[in-house]
Write a protein of this length. Sequence first.
Length: 216
Amino acid sequence: MEEAVKFLIYIHAFFGGIGLITGIGSIIVKKGSRAHKNMGKLFSVGMLTSSLISIPISWMPNHENIFLFLIGLFTIYLVLAGNRALTFKRKKQANWIDKLISGTMFLCSITMLIFGIYSFINSNTLGILFLFFGGFGLLLAIKDFIFYKKPVKPKNAWLILHLGKMIGALIASITAFIVAGLGIGNLISWTLPTILGTIYIVYWKRKVKTKPAKII
């Protein structure tokens, strides 16, 4: 059993490494270029595969890691939603796939909040993680549905949505690598990727709003 878990961890790390490298590469190369699109595809495959594998690993004996489980769920949602955002360049309304992705995140977030409140009441420090991820996930899901209901989408809204979700997935993966992979769990390791990523998101949102943008 332990050998099988180790094998899964190696696969998880391998695809996670591919995701991290191509994710960082995709923000360095020119947006909309062939290199950017190819790296984006590899990033999506790498992070989805790594995150899907991390979920069962995080519940296996001697490998329990609630942070890895939560970050895995979030990365899956962000990558799927980020790729679906590209479809809004040509369509005006969300379909059942878009709503399923956001709806699943909504239900998962509600569950996390309930568990977080229960844990917090019972003096379990893990409750803070559930409350943080649950609250953040609920906010993102609600914003998704508000976007879906808008009859007229602002110009380049699909691109802004794509940027926010994909960079968010990269932030999550970098944080997971530092905290779970390297075992560095201080305040800086938790907050620095988010701070830098948020600055980058704000920069690109402003750039996209003031200048016609190509698909990325």
